[in-house]
Every structure is written in C-alpha cells, then in structure tokens.
Ligand binder design. Structure first.
Ligand code: AMP
Length: 627
C-alpha cells in the first residue's frame, strides 16, 4: 500500500467506524479502570470520549516511564537568555512533580480546583502543569507575554485558587518582570483573590511585593521526597483551560478533557509527527500557546520522548542556534511557526547548512498560513528533510489538516496543509450555507462529533460553546472560522479567517481585545483595529481611535503603550492613528472590512450603506500618512 492508500483507509475507518478506530487508539494509554463506552454522543454537540474510564495524565506522562526509561532525559531545558541548561530525567521529573503536587495539596488545591500558571519557559512550568493534573486540578497557563488586563480577565473567568508565577522572564537579553503585571491584574479582578506562589529566579533586582505571596523555594522545603498518589479521574474530567481570542473582547476558556486529550496526543505523535518513545522533539513555541501545551509538554511526555524546552529567541546568540540544538540533542522532529522560518530566511541558509541535521526527519510548521515561497525556501534549505504544513486551532489541540510522517508522507504540496486528520469530517460551505465541492472557496466546517482531544466546552459556559461554534450553519457543524478550498486531489488550502481574529506571528488576538484595551485610555471614545498583511509576521495590527471632546491629544506611542500594557507586547499596534471618525453602517457598526481594505491598499468593494461616506476618506488619509 502507498502512504496515500494507507492514509485513505485509516481516515475512512476513523469516520465510518469511529468507535472501533478510537477504541484501538485508546490502547496507547494506561487506563486504571477501562472505559465502558468509546463515545457518548447522546447530547450533540457535546461529546464524552471513553466514558467511564478512570485514568490520570501525570501517571501516563511520568510514572509510567520511570521503570523503563527512568534515566532518559524527559526535559532538556536550554536557556539562551540566562545561559543555563538543565537535563531532567523521567526519574527526576517524577520526584519534582510529586514534590510540587504535595505543595499544591498543602496550599489547599483539590481535584477540580483551578491553578493559573503565569511563568516563563522554565522547567518548573512543566512540573507545575504535571503536578496539577496529577491531583486532578485544572491548570490554566497564561502566556508570559500577556499583561495585566489579559491576566485579570482570565482570573475572573477561571477563578483560580492559586497563581504560580516567577519574578521575571527574559527576552532578547532584557529582563521582563512578571510581578508588577500580575499585581496590576490582581487589583482589577472581581473574584476572590487567589494565593500567589512565586518562583524567584533572581532576575529582578527590584521585585514588586505582592501581599501574602509565598516563596516557592521556602515553601517546597517540607515537601522534598514526598510522594502523592495520582488522582484517578473519569475520562471527561477537565485537564486544562487555555484561553483564546474570538470575536468578542472576552477570551474563551477552551476546556480539554483527560482521556480524549491523551489518546489524541499519543496517536498524533505516532501517525502525524512520527516520534516514538526515546526519540527527541523540539517545538519552538511557548507553553502559553496550544502548540506548547500539546507538543512541548503533553504529547512528548505521554510518548516517553525527550522534549526540548527552549527559553530564548531563534536568532540569538545567532540564527544557527536551533540547528545547533538539532545536532547536539539529535532532534528527530522540529516544530515551529512560519514566522520563525521567515525570520531565519532573512539571514540565509548557511546558518542551517553549518550543522549536522542527520537526525532530523521532519520539520512541521503551524499556527498561521505558510506561504508557498517560505515553504519552498525552507524545503530547499533543509536539503531533503520534508517540511509539513499542519493546520489547527487552540480549540482542537492537534491538527485538523496535515500530512502524516508516521505513515510515510504522502505527496507534499507547497502552500497546502494536505488532508483531514483522523476523525475530522471536513465540510466546506458557501455563504448561503450550502455544501460546496472541489476548487471552490468556502467556510471550513467539521461535522461533529469532534474527535478526541478537541475542546469539550467553553469553560463554565456550555451555551457559549454551542452558540459560538455550532450555530453558523443550518446543520449542526463546527465552525473553524477559516476560509478554505480543496483541489482535485483533495488537498486543502487555507485562505484566512472569516471573523475578527488577527494572527500576528502565529499569535491569535481578537480585534475587540485590542479595541477594548485602547478604550481604557481616558481620552479615547472609540477604537477600531484591523490585522494588515505583513511580509514577516503574516499580519500586524493597525488601529484607529476617535477621541473624546476637549481632551489633550495623546501621542501614537502613548496609545500603543496602552495596548502593550493591557494585553502584552505582542498586541502593540504597528501603526496607530487618531482620526475624526470611523466608517460605520447606519446601525452604527464599525465596518472593519472597509478599513482593512483601505489599510492594505485595496478597493473596499461593495459595502453596506455607510452612515457618513467621508469617513472612508478619513481612513485613507490616515493610512497615507503612516509613520
Ligand atoms: P490558534 O488557535 O492560536 O492556534 O490559531 C488558530 C488559527 O490560526 C486558525 O484558525 C487559522 O486561522 C490559523 N492557522 C493555524 N495553522 C494554520 C496553517 N497551517 N495554515 C493556515 N492557517 C493556520
């Protein structure tokens, strides 16, 4: 059988004989008590995978490996920021996770309680995640680049009992203190204030005190050598919440289960990423994003592989750093974003050729559209190592569209993330909600039940889950909010989002979030933000504000700083304008589509009736005077 035939056979079975297919994949993990039903889909679109099964993620990711591979490195930490490296074996990890679980218990954390993790890329972050799932607690990791408003909204929504943070992170050699941002966030929350545990790295010489904070090193003292039995939880017990942006300003808590999540992770390593026990994976992402959750932490550890945890930039100390790690750690699978590759492209392929890449089998890229040119360039630069584009979302936790290194790759087409992964019945709809076929652009949907590993609901809001994701078509279908097209061979091409989500360097941000952050400035009456095309980062933010009457006009830098302060540096607009007004419909809705078209130098085309046509000129004028 060719790889394509093999894929076709397995894919069909994953749809036509769902329960048999996933029942077999479930054998990849340890069940303390076997499940009674592979799939309970009695209440569409809600899914319960492996119902009745008792298991524990930490047991599967750590304990299970100690006997067979206790001396193998589980986490290889490399920090080019603090110039430090640490190898943590599975045995070490077992010890550290147990000790931290014991501390969490002392701090009153019980099964089902939330713990917010706001940490840089240090091993303690992974230890904390594992300690949480060990005791059945639900972690919510917040990306270290997020700032006070983003923290406050997540604390308000998840109401964690505990926040684990550090004195600081580092980026490009610059210390970025975490505590002032956390303190500002805590001051804004409306729920009960969580306890705060601080890992002091000794980076911030002027740490900002938080009332009642607990010092990690001191608190850990009595827990050294302690063992905490894993809490056996039912398969649908929530394992984590990861917030992501959507159309509204309020981020959604993507909730993942336990059993389905593990099965999805394991089978994706086997068939898609082709990484087995004892092999080495490096996902150049951040634990605060879904790629980090899945392919820095969960999938490699559940597999018994070695994961590289990298704190630093891909071009520092020089653009060869990642490739030197490939050679040194004999990395088999590298995963990163198109933006990282575009950044490396600027410095040339010599940085790649200078290193021994004989261990590297595949490079995977995801998180944003991979343009054909970059795909072609990196394929050539890697001289025979295949480059696989894979398409997915925070919501799904693993690829919706991909090629399958574990089956032997099918043909790879530049600019295409290939074909649907197992269990995803993909459908394209036109603007009238009618299913369309080959070579026609439509909205990409997935016919439920969603496969294991996908979000099970929006944290605390089942209604929002159904309304957001399953209410855009006549039929019950999951909306990805991306446009796509597929060709005669069934290869998909992603054509961008059809909602108000901006993707800056693979980081997902909502236009509403940026606008709300701008509106916290006392002089701002209203704001509009759009994501404009950018050669390097895919998209950049351009924002427009209208001011209150009789106020001092803030500088553009001041307004950009407000966004960075509230959401984080990644959201800082590239261009910022103070304008007289915004183009709106008669009903008062800002027409972002028109603003975007003008900002990208395109004709806005047919528009809904505009309240005041002059406003298009206002935007055009602002864009012409960018600086
Ligand atoms: P996130 O939830 O942050 O991972 O963002 C998910 C969104 O990123 C998707 O809905 C797409 O718009 C975009 N995306 C992710 N991977 C790809 C890809 N391989 N090609 C095109 N767009 C992608």
């Amino acid at each position: 059988m060719t790889p394509a035939e093999n894929y076709e056979k397995m894919y069909r079975r994953s749809i036509d004989d769902r329960e048999a297919f996933w029942g077999e994949q479930a054998e990849l993990i340890y069940w303390h008590k076997p499940f009674e039903r592979v799939l309970n889909y009695d209440k569409p679109p809600f899914v319960r995978w492996f119902e009745g099964g008792l298991t524990n993620i930490c047991y599967n990711a750590v304990d299970r490996h100690v006997a067979e591979r206790g001396d193998q490195i589980a986490i290889a930490w490399v920090s080019t920021e603090v110039n430090e490296r640490r190898n943590i074996t599975y045995r070490d990890l077992y010890t550290q996770v147990n000790e931290m679980a014991s501390l969490l218990k002392e701090l009153g954390i019980e099964s089902g309680d939330r713990v917010l993790i706001y940490l840089p890329m240090i091993p303690e972050a992974i230890v904390a995640m594992m300690a949480c799932v060990r005791i059945g607690a639900v972690h919510s990791v917040v990306f270290g680049g997020f700032a006070s408003l983003a923290l406050a909204s997540r604390i308000d929504d998840a109401s964690p009992k505990l926040v684990i943070t550090a004195d600081a992170g580092m980026r490009g050699g610059k210390v970025t203190p975490y505590k002032p941002l956390l303190l500002e966030g805590l001051n804004a929350v409306t729920v009960e204030r969580p306890k705060v545990l601080v890992i002091n790295r000794g980076l911030d010489s002027n740490p900002c005190p938080i009332a009642g904070e607990i010092d990690f090193a001191t608190a850990m003292g009595p827990h050294r050598g302690k063992i905490v039995d894993p809490e056996w939880v039912e398969s649908s017990h929530p394992s984590y919440i990861l917030y992501t942006s959507g159309t509204t300003g309020r981020p959604k808590g993507v909730q993942r289960d336990t059993g389905g999540h593990m099965v999805a992770m394991r089978q994706s390593m086997k068939y898609i990423y082709n990484v087995g026990p004892g092999e080495v994976m490096f996902a150049g992402s951040d634990i605060g994003w879904v790629v980090g959750h899945s392919y820095i932490v969960y999938a490699p550890l559940l597999t018994g592989a070695t994961t590289i945890l990298y704190e630093g930039l891909p071009i520092r100390p020089d653009p060869g750093i990642w490739w030197s790690l490939v050679a040194e750690y004999r990395i088999n699978c590298l995963f990163t974003s198109p933006t990282a590759i575009r950044l490396l492209k600027k410095t040339g392929a010599d940085w790649i050729h200078a290193h021994d890449l004989s261990s590297l089998r595949t490079l995977f890229l995801a998180g944003e559209p991979l343009d054909k040119e970059t795909h072609r360039w990196v394929t050539e630069a890697l001289q025979g190592v295949p480059v696989v584009d894979n398409y997915w979302q925070t919501e799904t936790g693993w690829p919706i569209l991909t090629n399958f290194a574990g089956l032997g790759l099918m043909e790879n087409k530049f600019g295409s993330p290939s074909k649907p992964a197992f269990g995803y019945e993909t459908v394209l709809l036109d603007e009238h909600g009618v299913e369309i076929g080959v070579n026609t652009k439509g909205s990409l949907m997935v016919r439920p039940p969603l496969p294991p590993g996908c979000m099970t609901t929006v944290w605390g809001d089942d209604d929002r889950f159904v309304k957001t994701y399953f209410s855009t078509a006549k039929e019950l279908l999951y909306a990805t909010f991306d446009y796509a097209i597929y060709d005669d061979d069934g290869y998909y091409f992603i054509m961008g989002r059809n909602d108000d989500v901006i993707n800056v360097a693979g980081h997902r941000l909502g236009t509403r979030e940026v606008e709300e952050a701008l509106c916290t400035h006392p002089a701002v009456a209203e704001a509009a933000a759009v994501g404009i095309h950018d050669e390097l980062k895919g998209q950049e933010i351009e924002a427009f504000v209208v001011l209150m009457a009789n106020v001092a006009v803030p500088s553009e830098d001041e307004l950009k700083a407000v966004v960075a302060r509230q959401i984080g540096a990644i959201a800082r607009p590239k261009f910022m304008h103070v304008v007289q007004g915004l183009p709106k419909t008669r009903s008062g809705k800002v027409i972002r589509r028109a603003i975007l078209a003008i900002a990208e130098g395109r004709d806005p085309g047919e528009l809904p009736t505009i309240e005041d046509g002059k406003m298009l000129e206002v935007i055009r004028d602002a864009v012409e005077h960018r600086h």
